[in-house]
Design a protein around this ligand. Structure first.
Ligand code: HEC
Ligand code: HEC
Ligand code: HEC
Ligand code: HEC
Ligand code: HEC
Ligand code: HEC
Length: 495
């Protein structure tokens, strides 16, 4: 007589049973949630994390337990039955019970594969969404997400610049992403997140999907009004044409600011520091392959240092390092708010008081907002709607640009465009980088822009398209010609 046990399925055991229950729960919950997500997108990133990250783990755990149970059960039966046994089960589809089981297994498997495919596709899209990247780890990503929403790229999506197309970066980013989810769960991330981002995808594969440098021909007009830190917040306006230029190859010879990224030439450099603020060595290769090396004559690198340093090819990010995450200095943000009427320039000393309120050393955003309110209420004891509005506007400037919990501000993430608040272009264009032939990387004011109007007031009346020599708003002699602007300005009022 055959052992009855051998007729019952191998999956009839406690471990497999638990696995089946777990898998069934995971399956039903997952299928329901995916159906809901397909109908109407999840707004809340946690629902997405639960559906596409937690449930698959439950499901896989269930399937694993079923298998584990079968393996253990098989071992147990082999040990208890002394006789020899066929290794594979015999399936007889003429037997009604076996036929029904077979159909059930096939249908469930197909359903499972179908839902996994839909689920996998949705999961892929979910982990690429702005909700997932920007909101999941609010504290960590809050500065970048906030700045992104106030940037010209607010609708681009994080992955357009951070991941881009192709399987290699997809895998890299998901592996990296897993580490990031882990480090934020266990509070292991650094504050602020280190920049520059070394494994950022090359600009050619991100920025170039929307922008095409050969096409930027001509100049861009820029008008800015500055408010001085005096009693009446005296305005001063500068209007200039910025020589963006470019071209290259089929479009004639490249010129202007975008010359650095024209197809015909390559600009490479070595930075002395991690943040790429000090650039003592620059090499230009032109269309014919001729090379010119410029070295900082005050502080050159030694040949050994050059041989062992990383040489970086200049691309968009070396100037536009903050296309989506710009953190403005208090001075710049206040000037903009005063220009656009968010702050009333008729309030005496509002620039000075705004700077003082924004510059405080705060541990948390909450503390900062409270102090800003107290400081301004004290400075304008008469109160009223104008003061209320000013408080709200300055609090908003703080919340958009400074993130004490993540130690983020314009100081940690300097913007390389321009040269007034950070060294920017003057990292190379300072008249000190000299080639063996005696050429310098020029700091001639007219090589990058043409000032067409400047002077006191909130607007300028007469424009001189021929260009004007720069007039520094405050009499500082020839100092602005000799020093770097940021040495005095640094984002703070100069007093
Ligand atoms: C227009 C392109 C672009 C978009 C869109 C974009 N980023 Fe960035 N991001 C950058 C660049 C460029 C840097 C590198 C800055 C550097 O190296 O100095 C960066 C840096 C970062 C950093 C490192 C910290 C820092 O501020 O340098 C984080 C975190 C980040 N981005 C998150 C995001 C998130 C989240 C989104 C979507 C909400 C997003 N980014 C959208 C271009 C972009
Ligand atoms: C998904 C498409 C897309 C990608 C990718 C993209 N941009 Fe843009 N970018 C735009 C659009 C659209 C605008 C115009 C926005 C407007 O005028 O409101 C723009 C504007 C800009 C501007 C002008 C900003 C201003 O203040 O007027 C700069 C500079 C810029 N992008 C740089 C970059 C850099 C650098 C990268 C790569 C890191 C990049 N972009 C990637 C779509 C993109
Ligand atoms: C040498 C520095 C530098 C490099 C490199 C550079 N840019 Fe620019 N770009 C500028 C400056 C300066 C402006 C003028 C606007 C400003 O001051 O913000 C500008 C303007 C732009 C604009 C706005 C154009 C307009 O007419 O208003 C876009 C878009 C842009 N750049 C994209 C790019 C892209 C994409 C790359 C990489 C292929 C790139 N830039 C490389 C410095 C640079
Ligand atoms: C890594 C160093 C470096 C940085 C940073 C840099 N440049 Fe340059 N730039 C160069 C070099 C090198 C040349 C070529 C000098 C020469 O051949 O005389 C050049 C040339 C130029 C030219 C003349 C191009 C022509 O028409 O021939 C302009 C305009 C210019 N840069 C603008 C800028 C602006 C604006 C910035 C900042 C947003 C900037 N550069 C940042 C290295 C740099
Ligand atoms: C290598 C190119 C370059 C050179 C040389 C240069 N500038 Fe600029 N400058 C820029 C760019 C780019 C901006 C625009 C920055 C921005 O978009 O915020 C700028 C902005 C400015 C502004 C507006 C300041 C601000 O940030 O609001 C002033 C004023 C100015 N430049 C004056 C000068 C003077 C004076 C000189 C000569 C000593 C000079 N520049 C030399 C590239 C240059
Ligand atoms: C020796 C220090 C010093 C240097 C160097 C310097 N500045 Fe200034 N700058 C000042 C002072 C002081 C003021 C007046 C500040 C005030 O009243 O708010 C001022 C005011 C300004 C203003 C008026 C707006 C404001 O923020 O108050 C502009 C624009 C300006 N400087 C541009 C430049 C540029 C561009 C350079 C480099 C080419 C430069 N400065 C170099 C000291 C300096």
């Amino acid at each position: 007589m055959k052992n009855k046990l051998n007729h019952t399925s191998l999956s009839h055991n406690m471990i497999s049973l638990c696995g089946m229950i777990l898998a069934a729960i995971g399956f039903l919950a997952g299928a329901t949630l995916i159906a809901i997500d397909v109908q109407s997108h999840f707004e809340n990133p946690y629902t997405g994390i639960f559906t596409y990250m937690v449930i698959p783990v439950i499901l896989a755990g269930g399937l694993f337990l079923i298998l584990l149970g079968v393996v253990i059960e098989k071992k147990r039966r082999r040990n208890s039955s002394s006789g020899k046994e066929d290794n594979l089960p015999v399936i007889n589809l003429n037997e009604k019970r076996q036929f029904i089981s077979f159909v059930v297994v096939v249908v469930v498997t197909l359903l499972f594969i179908g839902i996994s495919v839909v689920g996998g596709y949705r999961a892929y899209h979910f982990t690429e969404s702005v909700e997932f990247c920007g909101k999941t780890c609010h504290n960590v990503m809050k500065p970048e997400y906030t700045a992104y929403q106030n940037s010209p790229h607010a609708n681009a999506g994080c992955t357009k610049c951070h991941i881009g197309p192709g399987a290699d970066f997809f895998v890299k980013s998901k592996v990296n992403g897993l580490y990031q989810v882990y480090s934020s769960l266990f509070n292991k991330y650094s504050r602020p997140i280190p920049a520059p981002v070394h494994n950022l995808r090359p600009a050619k594969e991100t920025c170039y999907t929307c922008h095409w440098p050969a096409k930027f021909v001509g100049a861009t007009e820029m008008t800015r009004t500055y408010f001085r830190a005096d009693e009446t917040n005296s305005p001063w306006t500068i209007q200039m044409l910025i020589n963006v230029g470019c071209g290259g190859s089929s479009q004639g010879s490249a010129k202007g600011i975008h010359w650095h990224v024209a197809e015909d030439n390559t600009v490479e450099y070595i930075a002395r520091d991690e943040k790429r603020m000090e650039i003592p060595w620059v090499r230009v290769t032109d269309a014919e392959g001729r090379q010119t090396i410029f070295q900082d004559e005050n502080n050159p690198l030694t040949p050994e240092e050059i041989a062992t340093s990383e040489i970086r090819t200049m691309d968009c990010i070396d100037c536009h390092n903050r296309p989506a995450h710009q953190f403005r200095s208090p001075e710049r943000a206040l000037n903009e708010a005063l220009t656009h009427g968010l702050l009333n320039p008729d309030m005496p000393e509002i620039k000075l008081n705004g700077i003082a309120a924004l510059m405080g050393e705060y541990e948390t955003e909450e503390e900062a907002l409270e102090s800003i309110e107290n400081l301004l209420a004290e400075a304008y004891p008469e109160g009223g709607a104008v003061v209320e509005e000013a408080i709200a506007a300055i609090q908003q400037i703080y919340s958009r640009n400074m993130f004490p919990e993540m130690k983020v501000s314009w100081k940690e993430y300097p913007d390389h465009i321009g040269h007034m608040i950070t060294p920017g272009c003057f990292r190379c264009h300072n008249d000190d980088h000299r080639s063996e032939q005696g050429q310098v990387i020029s700091r001639d004011c007219d090589s990058c822009h043409t000032i067409i109007a400047q002077g006191p007031g909130r607007s300028v009346t007469s424009i001189n398209t021929g260009g004007l020599p720069f007039q520094h708003p405050e009499d500082i002699d020839e100092e602005w010609k000799e020093s770097r602007c940021d040495e005095c300005h640094e984002g703070l009022p100069v007093m």
